[in-house]
Design a protein around this ligand. Sequence first.
Ligand code: FES
Length: 162
Amino acid sequence: MTQPVDMQTTEDVLARYPSDPRHLISVLQDIQLAYRYLPKEAIARVSAALGVPLAKVMAVATFYKAFSLTPRGKKILRVCTGTACHIRGAPLLLTEIEKRLSIKPGDTTQDLEFSLEAVNCVGACALAPVVVVNDTAHGNLSVTKVRRLLKPAEKSTEKEAN
Ligand code: FES
């Protein structure tokens, strides 16, 4: 099931930086951006290339929320479950997304289209309930509106149903 990792991408990132431990976070950020996660093969290669012990690379990779050790979806759905959003229907939105995508918070769809997260207040309470898709906040959502955010992932399912 696991796809082989294209290590050329890692080499391309490493080629942009001097072999110096000070560049660890920048290198990991670029690798995260390229793969949408940090493959273990890439982490091992970064450790060797920058001369940083593997345990330290792993400590950095697991400390920052921006990094993921498992593949993420093209679209990351962050459903705000803060108080304002909770009162205005966030649980219904979350249930709808879970049902439509057959995943729970923390999971990614098998086609790697979507990852789902339940998060605390994202600072847009006036727009509650809010779902952030990658870096874009969608507010005043209803169950109907949230379905539209999922449309690309459902095309194949809808075709099968017809
Ligand atoms: S509680 Fe959801 S944006 Fe503040």
